[in-house]
Design a protein around this ligand. Sequence first.
Ligand code: AHR
Length: 596
Amino acid sequence: LLTIDTATAGPTVSPDLGGIFFEDINHSGEGGLYAELVNNRSFMAAATPLHWSATGSGAISIDKSTPLNTALTQSLKLTVTAPGDGISNEGFWGIPVRPRTTYRASLWAKGTYRGRLTVALTGKDGTVYATGTTKSVTGDWTQYELKLRTTASAPTTADATLTVTTSSSASDTVWFSNVSLFPPTYNNRPNGLRVDLVEKLAALDPKFLRFPGGNYLEGNVIADRFDWKKTIGAVEERPGHQNSAWGYWSTDGLGLLEYLELTEDLGCAPLLCVFAGYALHGAYVTGDALKPFVQDALDEIEYLTGSTATTWGARRAADGHPKPFPLTYVEIGNEDWFDTSGSYEERYAAFHDAIKAAHPHLKLIATTPVSSRPYDLIDEHYYQSPSAFQHGAHKYDNRDRTTPKVFVGEWASQGGRPTPDLNSALGDASWLTGLIRNSDQVLMESYAPLFSHVSNNVWATNLIAYDALTSYNSPSYYAQQILRTHQGTVVAPTTARALPGLNTVTTRDPRSGRLYAAVVNFGSVARTTSVEITGARKIKPAGRATVLAGTALTDTNTLTDPEKLTPHTRRVTGLAAAFTYTFPPFSVTVLEVDAP
Ligand code: AHR
């Protein structure tokens, strides 16, 4: 028996509850959300020309003696011996092309060569899908920009390469720096993001974006942290850094302003994680040595929120965004429970005191409990089995309501690769019922990780996966989406009696009287259940059910079968103060009942 009490108002659903957490893991940023198609565009990734090859009879090498500027201290040297010699980039497991599409190419070059460069998108068999030419190369570093439009007969493929070729008949040298290629981006932003992936994020209706990590924020060593000041301004002035936590180079083209513009595009709030003097392999900073890091955080907050009369607010305006961003939550570090030295107590206090002095209204998130200073939220992370989440759905029901509120900043059932299977989706949905029910305590939550490139699945289970061309949503994505987008503003107390394997939460919109009863059935059999709605003046007999269901716990979505499991909405009738409803096996259902 499921009893929904509409007369007693439960907790108000936290308006900030459902967010997203992004960090560059599994090529989530480089080769993922960040739409740049050239891999190692800056030639800074290694001492060898990773992801580049010479075409024709030329030779290529990394040259440190001819830098573009003080940020890009390595360039690619091409020694030309015959017409048609050039360079080619393989992209991130291929460069995607589509017919009748315009790509923006940009490159810096200089050399002894005085001819034009031909820039082309080319198939493996040599078919040219799009081509353009630059002006003649000179002896000085010059940027060449051109638009490449694919032909109507170009295929939709991820197998293209970007080639840049010369026509020199002499022995010449050409140096290249920051060779870039962008497809159309979300909202047509230059230096922007991949359309299909942002659309998938938008459809989750996130309330906030936690960024930039995670381990990516910290780096294995302090030098590899997300050093935000090196991630702003012209892309060719960003040195990039080794993403040591996840094993590849980051150009930092996806920098602080790009994250903030993403929050604007998604209509959500930034949740800014600041580096707090601790790196993953254990290095930590305290005392006077911590002061520059605290100042970096203050400057970063000023970059987001300061007026254009402030130093960093002016810099934000110079970078193209005069309007300040709204900011409420700042997280100090990441998973500082790993810091066995105990230095977080001191580090948190230093950041707390400086930030609260300058911005008393900001709310601070601690990553592990501290005692000398208050914190507004504590960030808890849970990576567990689907069954642990199923049984853990009541974790917060009996929480001491006087302790600090919670941000469940990373959570996910572990099962399925590179994305969760139905079993994990049911675990995730169960867990989420508990977070929603207790969202007077759990003010915010975000699943993790968000993305994986199918060819770089370093972290096993991720919400959304893609290759160079296409992407798909996991069953867990859909489970979360239906719980988030079919939700009232107040919890309606709901009891489930003699219903093992069912997890549930009901929310209600007090203005319309609509109830949203979310029920997760982990069982392999359909559950015909008596439902009682108490305290409602009237109940409309017709409502809706949105259901995600499968036939086996191993069911999942893939690149080749992206919609095996998707939610479906149908009309239901016979709703009343007491009715029976059958929840399908292995399912997540949100029943919408109008009970004004
Ligand atoms: O989400 C993957 C990683 O898990 C995050 O980078 C880190 O915070 C956690 O340990």
